[in-house]
Ligand binder design. Structure first.
Ligand SMILES: Nc1ncnc2c1ncn2[C@@H]1O[C@H](COP(=O)(O)OP(=O)(O)OP(=O)(O)O)[C@@H](O)[C@H]1O
Length: 247
């Protein structure tokens, strides 16, 4: 077995034992104030669908930023896909992020480009050959129900449609993990449900999905694993859990 095969096997074993996401006693302290995360230990298995909920300021976005390696932990270790993110060199970060899809509340699209270009862009930056891009983009747009809108400028779309473009862009590179930070925060109930249904389908196709949300109704209806945070710690972690009311 080559060295590379051996290290891949080790990583597979790590994921099997601890999860595709694993935080080991992680704290994050910003320059001022109480820790945003305070000794979090958490494993998320390959193929899981997990909600992360909690009061404003409880540390949810900080957690997502650690997983994306936008931030590093003050202490403890963050492992994503079996890699210790602290050991990742700066130049390795873009390659690491290829396996992560991410969507945000505010969509973050290129508003002067059309739908097709927004999605194709994600493939161009990782140098996917044009012939494959021309095949992949329509396929993923059909998956999110936007096949007919590929020429539209994103600013001409509804909020729900814009979030679907963002989802298509997040998924086109076939990531192992999809992180969604408040994906329905700017959407009405109907569009929120459509996005959640898409996230569930994506999960059923094998992608691990982590959703940060304040949407109580959706969390309570979907009966997924629910991790509740408060002031930087996990106060509840329950399969088929409910949104716990803030006090
Ligand atoms: N860049 C920063 N510098 C200093 N403090 C920060 C920074 N970002 C977040 N914090 C603090 O860390 C704590 C956790 O913030 P975080 O954004 O992770 O919470 P959250 O649960 O995502 O909140 P919300 O639901 O409002 O988005 C808060 O007390 C916040 O004020």
């Amino acid at each position: 077995m080559t060295k590379r095969e051996l290290s891949w096997k080790k990583r597979e074993q790590f994921i099997e034992d601890h999860g595709i996401i694993y935080l080991d006693n992680v704290s994050k302290v910003y320059s001022k104030g109480a820790p945003a995360l305070n000794g979090i230990t958490l494993g998320i298995g390959k193929g899981e669908f997990v909600f992360i909920v909690g009061d404003s300021g409880s540390g949810k976005s900080t957690l997502i930023k650690l997983l994306l390696r936008e931030l590093t932990a003050t202490s403890g270790s963050v492992y994503v896909m079996g890699s210790d993110l602290e050991k990742l060199k700066h130049r390795q970060v873009p390659k690491f992020r290829r396996n992560l899809g991410v969507v945000f509340q505010d969509f973050r699209l290129l508003n002067d480009r059309n739908v097709y270009e927004n999605v194709a862009f994600a493939q161009r930056i990782i140098e996917v050959p044009s012939i494959e891009i021309r095949r992949n983009v329509p396929t993923i747009l059909a998956t999110v129900g936007l096949a007919g809108k590929y020429k539209a400028k994103t600013r001409q779309l509804s909020g729900g449609e814009q979030q679907r473009v963002a989802l298509a862009r997040a998924l086109v590179n076939n990531p192992s993990i999809l992180l969604a930070d408040e994906p329905t925060g700017n959407l009405d109930p109907k569009n929120s449900w459509e996005i959640m249904t898409l996230l569930e389908e994506i999960n059923q196709n094998g992608t691990t999905v982590v959703v940060v949300t304040h949407n109580r109704e959706i969390v309570n209806a979907m009966h997924k694993r629910v991790i509740t945070m408060k002031r930087g710690i996990i106060i509840s972690d329950a399969e088929g859990g409910e949104y716990i009311d803030e006090d």
